[in-house]
Design a binder for this molecule. Structure first.
Ligand code: ADP
Length: 402
């Protein structure tokens, strides 16, 4: 079974064609600068010796031209991965926000389209782009089932005490303002993967997943279900991140906005795009540079790194309380997978939990790795996330045999 995974951003489209009989990638790539000058497609055939990356610079005024170009490339007689579109059995789409409408992935029909439209107010940048991707695929691949996989769905199992904010009641009942949480596809993938990796029964396991990428969030998972997570109504909440502030005193919005002469909406943009590690260091959000600056003794870099690791450790403490204990803690995503420095610093706060880090395993972690010592009371792991695979698995499960 071949599943095409599509992730549409406002001006980009990432894709991956997966053979789900073997869970291997046949081709992947992206379209950049859609609707702008210099738009181009990068197409990478995978698993065929000698097959080279194909780059096509061609106008893509909308996502429709981008999807068409992806489909043409996938069926190209020279470098395509399939002979015809008939060989693509289903398409899985990453969608940001479904509010409380869906607790799991779902096969797209007109009701699903309406629900994604209704949630544009919560995800004004992502939901419209996600929707365009779905609509274009429905048009260009009639009869091929489309599946929507939501970033919010995995967190719909959170109890009310975890998702309610201390606001006037109508904020939730009338306006739908609550914690929704994001990175659900990654948290779901990792919580299943770690149970398998450790040979543990997922129905008897307390896991804390640290998804530390440019966007970062932490999730408390009890018996395979999310019971709390650090992002909120939007992805701005929780940990300090690459360019996002994470949690701040809400009164800062007025105070900082006034000082800087910004409107509320401009202030929120500043909190999303010019804050976090980027804001603290004066222009660096990449953790490789952050580590370098830290080693060189640059004070702003030291402050930003210390704040980030302290923040992660505080959330781990909070979620250990929420779970009433923790069996395993997983580091994943760009920083979680690739920064032994951050992992060691975070774990240095966890002695009270009986965490004992295996420094050598931490330094050399690659693929799925246990980085705690055998006598550590909590197992610490590095597990690479694979959101595309999770989307393809959900898509297969919902559409196979239809
Ligand atoms: P997103 O998907 O949110 O854009 P990623 O999961 O790709 O983010 O993570 C990007 C982050 O991972 C960047 O801050 C980058 O610096 C960090 N990163 C990637 N490789 C390394 C590395 N070798 N050491 C430290 N940080 C790394």
């Amino acid at each position: 079974m071949n599943v095409l995974v599509i992730n549409c951003g406002s001006s980009s489209l990432k894709f991956q064609l997966m053979d789900m009989n073997t869970e291997t990638i046949s081709a992947k790539g992206l379209c950049e600068r859609i609707g702008d000058k210099g738009s181009r497609l990068v197409y990478k055939p995978v698993g065929r010796p000698g097959a080279e990356e194909v780059v096509k610079e061609t106008p893509m005024p909308t996502h429709k031209e981008a999807v068409q170009l992806v489909l043409d490339s996938l069926t190209n007689p020279e470098y395509g991965a399939v002979k015809s579109l008939d060989e693509i059995d289903a398409v899985g789409h990453r969608v940001l926000h479904a509010a409380e409408k869906y607790v799991d992935s779902v096969v797209v029909d007109d009701d699903v389209i309406k629900a994604i439209e209704d949630c544009i107010k919560f995800g004004p940048l992502h939901n419209p782009a996600n929707l365009t991707g779905i609509n274009v695929c429905r048009e260009l691949m009639p009869g091929v089932p489309q599946v929507a996989v939501f970033d919010t769905a995995f967190h719909q199992t959170m109890p009310k005490k975890a998702f309610l904010y201390g606001l006037p009641k109508k904020a939730y009942t009338e306006y739908g303002i609550r914690r929704y949480g994001f990175h659900g596809t990654s948290h779901k993938f990792i919580s299943r993967e770690v149970a398998k990796f450790l040979g543990r029964d997922i129905n008897n396991l307390k896991t804390i997943v640290c998804h530390l990428g440019n966007g970062a969030s932490i999730c408390a998972v009890e018996n395979g279900k999310s019971i709390d997570t650090s992002m909120g109504l939007t992805p701005l909440a929780g940990l300090v991140m690459g360019t996002r502030s994470g949690d701040i005193d809400p009164a800062i919005v007025e105070y900082y906005g006034k000082e800087e002469g910004l409107t509320v909406s401009e202030t929120i943009t500043a909190l999303n795009k010019q804050s976090g590690i980027y804001g603290l260091t004066g222009g660096t959000s990449d953790f490789r540079d952050l580590e370098e600056g830290y080693m060189e003794g640059k004070q702003d870099f030291i402050d930003a790194m210390e704040l980030f690791c302290y923040d992660v450790a505080k959330y781990i403490g909070a979620y250990t309380a929420a779970l009433n204990g923790v069996d395993d803690i997983v580091f994943t995503a760009g920083i979680g997978e690739h920064s032994p420095f951050v992992r060691e610093k975070v774990c240095s706060y966890l002695g009270y939990l009986g965490v004992s880090l295996d420094k050598e395993a931490n330094e050399n972690a690659k693929d799925n790795t246990i980085i705690s010592t055998p006598d550590s009371k909590v197992t610490i792991c590095v597990i690479p996330t694979n959101e595309e695979l999770m989307i393809a698995r959900d898509t297969k499960e919902l559409t196979e045999g239809r």
